[in-house]
Design a protein around this ligand. Structure first.
Ligand code: HEM
Length: 508
């Protein structure tokens, strides 16, 4: 038959042979690449000492290891990798990362947490490093302390409590105007007193603009629109963080010039916007955080990149995070009738002192918020950090400066501490728990020495929205449910945001 083909059309046969050889070559390189790459990396860059036992875990895969998968398919991977036991290794590009899944190992890891460090690119590589590599969340030791000195004052518990009247009134106004962004259109929604909103799109802008105004002070509509346009440019860069291979290196500029130009355009517009905002606020004599950050930069105490990357972390990197937290809190309360009823009664009982109520942590409202943070952590695998000392996790001796991550779902949900109904939404489980009980049993704002800068601000924002939403409307989830207790997840962000439609009916 081959002979006949050679006789009749030798060209076709030649093309077939070349294609077959190429396929075999690619497959061989792929399989050998994985095999040899895994052997070389495990032997020479495995992150563990030979004095302990070998680290189990998935094989390194050409060319990025498990780097993107652990973020984009976190829930499935967390389940799949359970077979490796409580401590295992994955790979971010060629770098080993150790995953912890139990509170006992977290405690061992955090004994020297004040000396922990993070790589400036968070193990994401060059593209990420250009956008966020000098943000406060990735600085270490004295540089981190210095940057926290600059940014802390406007985000402390005291500062957030002082701002509570603005938080509460902004949340009230936002909820009162929700009909203007409804699927049905403002007029119909107002007349009918019932309308629907897509949760993610509806609840994204409020925390974003609210946080921005903490930094820049009151913004004009034009400034808000400009900031939102830059946020959209920044969101468009997100896929490049996860592409891996040469996007992890500066060679990207030779391989994908448009992506490189897109990056530069965003970086330039972000630096320019902040320069202008700092100048205009200083000229108005306003004692705002942006003016302080700029002065510190001009005095040489911090760098320009530390300022712009930290502002990116507060606003753009957090856009998906706060949207995630807010939409899950709304979705889970709305879908649990008893919880919703108790919340409405509690809000009614506090209607004359709402601001104090929102800041109080000993309430059903706060427990509703915390329970949704527990059940729907912002990422299944944390970004991680490394210790300067050898860490012995169940006989695996992890080398100093090796990235250690947390499987947050293992800690917040599979952990026996949370009992047999750990997958259920039950705010009352927090009723008798002390903060010391939660120390290594709950991943919310970080473990150990360094914690989320915006934790108090975020808590007040989310709770203020819940208060006004559930007291002004009957809230129902009418679309986006998957089975009895699961929901669709948005695929465009790096955090698993609920992709549901909310129906709001005005209460009399
Ligand atoms: C409820 C919403 C939020 C959650 C669940 C959350 C969670 C976290 C977590 C887990 C970390 C990592 C801590 C670590 O290093 O281990 C973090 C860090 C950080 N967050 Fe948040 N965050 C939220 C909202 C915000 C907001 C609104 C801001 C805006 C100011 C913010 C700013 C930051 C910053 C700057 C860091 C780095 C802190 C540092 O390492 O010094 N976060 N956050």
């Amino acid at each position: 038959m081959i002979f006949q083909l050679y006789e009749s059309s030798p060209g076709l046969l030649a093309v077939g042979v070349v294609l077959s050889l190429a396929t075999v070559a690619v497959l061989t390189i792929r399989i050998w690449g994985d095999f040899v790459g895994n052997a070389i990396l495990s032997t020479f860059n495995g992150g563990v000492l030979s004095t302990g036992r070998a680290a189990p875990g998935p094989q390194w895969q050409w060319p990025n290891g498990q780097f993107a998968d652990k973020f984009l398919n976190g829930a499935a991977r967390s389940e799949e990798w359970r077979k490796y036991g409580p401590v295992y290794r994955v790979w971010a590009g060629p770098k080993p990362e150790i995953v912890l899944t139990t509170p006992e190992d977290l405690k061992v890891f955090h004994t020297d947490s004040d000396k922990h460090t993070k790589p400036l690119d968070g193990n994401f590589g060059w593209f990420f490093d250009k956008v966020l590599g000098r943000c406060v969340g990735l600085l270490s030791l004295d540089e981190w302390k210095n940057m926290r000195r600059v940014v802390d004052p406007s985000f402390t518990h005291g500062a957030s409590v002082k701002r509570i009247s603005v938080t509460e009134s902004d949340a009230r106004a936002f909820v009162e105007n929700l009909h203007t962004i409804s699927n049905e259109g403002a007029e119909i929604a107002k007349t009918k007193g019932r309308f629907t909103v897509p949760a993610m799109a509806a609840f994204m802008k409020f925390p974003f603009i609210f946080t921005a105004e903490v930094v820049y002070g009151n913004m004009t509509e034009a400034e808000k629109e400009e900031l939102w346009a830059i946020a959209e440019k920044r969101q468009a860069l997100l896929p490049f963080f996860f592409k891996g291979s040469f996007y992890r290196t500066s060679y990207l500029k030779w391989f994908d010039r448009p992506a490189y130009n897109q990056l530069q355009e965003f970086l330039d517009s972000w630096a320019e916007f902040n320069t202008r905002m700092a100048r205009s606020r200083r000229e108005q004599g306003l004692p705002l955080p942006i003016v302080t950050y700029w002065d510190e930069y001009l005095q040489g105490n911090i760098t320009l990149e530390q300022v712009t990357h930290t502002l990116d972390e507060m606003l753009f990197a957090n856009l998906d995070v706060t949207t995630h937290v807010l939409t899950w809190a709304i979705t889970l309360v709305a879908d649990h009738e008893n919880v919703k009823k108790e919340l409405r009664e509690e809000i009614e009982a506090h209607k004359d002192n709402l601001q104090e109520y929102i800041t109080n942590v000993n309430t059903h409202l706060h427990r509703c918020y915390y329970e949704s943070l527990r059940l729907r952590p912002i990422a299944v695998f944390s970004i991680g950090e490394s210790a300067p000392s050898v860490k012995n996790f169940r006989g695996i001796h992890v080398k100093p400066n090796t990235m250690v991550l947390v499987d947050t779902y293992a800690i917040n949900v599979r952990n026996p501490f949370w009992g047999p109904n750990s997958e259920e939404y039950d705010p009352n489980r927090f009723r008798n728990l002390k903060s010391t009980d939660l120390r290594y049993n709950l991943f919310v704002f970080g473990f150990g020495y360094r914690k989320c800068l915006g934790q108090y601000l975020a808590g007040h924002m989310v709770k203020a929205i819940l208060v006004h939403l559930f007291s002004q409307y009957d809230v129902k989830i009418i679309d986006g449910r998957k089975g009895k207790a699961d929901y669709d997840i948005d695929k465009t962000t790096w955090v698993p945001v609920a992709d549901v439609t909310v129906e709001l009916t005005k209460l009399q």
